[in-house]
Design a protein around this ligand. Sequence first.
Ligand SMILES: [Fe+2]
Ligand SMILES: [Fe+2]
Length: 333
Amino acid sequence: MRLRKAFNSILIYFDHSALFETKIDITITQKKITKQAGVNYMKGVNLLKITVLMDDAVPGNTDLVAQHGASFFLEIKAEKEKTCVLVDVGQSSKALFHNMSRLNIDPESIDILVLTHCHYDHTGAVVDLLRASKKKDLPIIAHPTLFRPHFACKPVISYIGVPQGNGPLEIEAAGGRLLLSKDPVQVREGVIVLGEIPRKTDFEEPSIKAITIEEGHVKKDMLFDDTALAVNVEGHGIVIVTGCSHSGIVNITLHAKDIFSGIPIEGILGGFHLKDADPEHIEKTVSQLASLKPRWIAAGHCTGFDAMVAFKNYFGDDFTPLHAGKTVTIPKS
Ligand SMILES: [Fe+2]
Ligand SMILES: [Fe+2]
């Protein structure tokens, strides 16, 4: 009943009577995924708590700061072990450390860092964060092309990749140990960095006009480095944590389903980069994502107001907008 009501509301919102006529075809082409040897992809963790350290929004009654960017702190418990994973670091260490301190999160507690893609608003605080973590050889998982030249073209050409001072040498000097992989990487049992995301849908684009340089030639930058983290929570399903979803949030979800074959999607959290998407793109995203049956969606950062309204119309109370300081715990305590 709720689903039908929500589906009607999305039709009203988009006033798009052709939705039922559009064949939603997201058949997974079974492309071989290189899985890590010896990994039990079916084993889950017992508890996942996600705290949003940085987002473009904050609630009115807080002394947390908002800044364009994203950073998520994950506390993962499995049996008696606890692992803390940081997904992205936002753009400024000053803003990040301010929020970490207000949220009582110690940089020294971080065990693993995941960088979802090269953008400055996700990678700007890496070296400062590493120094504050006081760790040696802290694993940093990302795509091999993370440090490529990456320039936005509108309105004036400008560099928007990993900021100066946060390159591979500086990262390793500050205590980080880079693990750059196109393949999925297991962080611990039940926790996988998805690696390069196959582009399967016909409507999801990198959603940003950018160029890179390859062997002296200018090329359209398809943001193949864009990835996400997936956590299999025992008895609940997969929680996907994404930075900007430049590879497409439907593509990301399909890839997570491929990797954790047969396990349902519990929730999807992060930035979906639909802020400049047209209504048809938003409509397809909502309907195709809905067909993958996540129990909830929590979106912020670059998702955009129109997309948030569309998700809210479809998912009702199962959609939550993100803000700095928000926490999500699975299972709910
Ligand atoms: Fe972003
Ligand atoms: Fe981005």
